[in-house]
Ligand binder design. Structure first.
Ligand SMILES: O=C(OCc1ccccc1)c1cn[nH]c1
Length: 241
């Protein structure tokens, strides 16, 4: 998979070259290109933003600069997928992470200020798939951190990136529920013991216990996820929790 990121703060994306993802890049499991948007400016001040038509606070990123940047970064690629993080985007989900993990080429546009002139997205959409995506209901200063979130969620799904692929299968949300609590040694820590069932070796009981804790936690923290489950997902026992 090829990933390109266009940003006015290329150094902000350096953490993607560290640790697990850095090793995946070194191993050629994915390639990452980070491009400074100012490379496509043409004025001495390397301006990338201007005042918003219609007034209002803040600045908007200029269409000309973005248009030329995306033309070059997407050049020669029949089907890049452009992802633009924005608070106004469609919610990013684990399902989308799986969708993106199947793409040969992802291009990320990092907005700053109040965002990017809408015509950039509209123009790009005439020749590639464009997703305006939100990673949550809050406002960041720029799209760079959101890109790192999305890239990490996608890259960990690529074959060979995670040491233990099973953990990507048993992800939170993979069965529509939140993960329940986890424990490791010591058996007792600050007078708190690990639940007996987890040391019983009774795998049916352990599976049931884990599912019960997952349902309880989902009910407690994300009732919306419970409501979204297919009707037959929870049995009588589950509903009695
Ligand atoms: O703040 C975000 O993106 C950066 C951004 C982009 C455009 C204008 C302002 C800020 C964001 C929040 N949830 N998902 C994305």
């Amino acid at each position: 998979m090829r990933i390109d990121v266009v940003t006015i703060f290329p150094e902000y994306l350096e953490p993607l070259r560290a640790a697990l993802l850095g090793r995946a890049i070194e191993r050629g499991l994915l390639s990452l290109g980070v491009h400074d948007l100012r490379r496509w400016t043409y004025d001495v001040h390397k301006g990338v933003d201007d005042s918003p038509y219609g007034g209002g606070p803040g600045m908007v990123m200029k269409p000309q600069v973005w248009g030329e940047a995306l033309d070059e970064v997407c050049a020669g690629d029949p089907a890049p997928r452009l992802v633009v993080p924005t608070p106004a985007g469609r919610p990013f989900t684990q399902a989308m992470a799986h969708e993106y993990a199947a793409e040969p080429h992802l291009v990320f546009a990092c907005g700053r200020y109040e965002g990017i002139d809408q015509r950039v997205v509209d123009d790009a959409a005439t020749r590639m798939r464009v997703d305006e995506v939100s990673i949550g209901d809050y406002v960041l200063v720029g799209g760079e951190v959101a890109v790192m979130v999305i890239v990490e969620a996608v890259a960990r799904l690529l074959p060979g990136v995670l040491g233990n692929p099973a953990s990507a299968q048993q992800d939170s949300f993979s069965d529509g529920l939140l993960e329940g609590p986890s424990f490791t040694r010591p058996e007792v820590w600050r007078d708190r013991a690990v639940p007996d069932v987890l040391r019983s070796g009774n795998h049916a009981a352990i599976t049931r216990w884990r599912r019960d804790r997952a349902i309880e936690r989902t009910f407690e923290r994300r009732p919306d996820l419970l409501a979204a489950l297919p009707p037959d997902a929870l049995d009588k026992h589950d509903r009695a929790l």
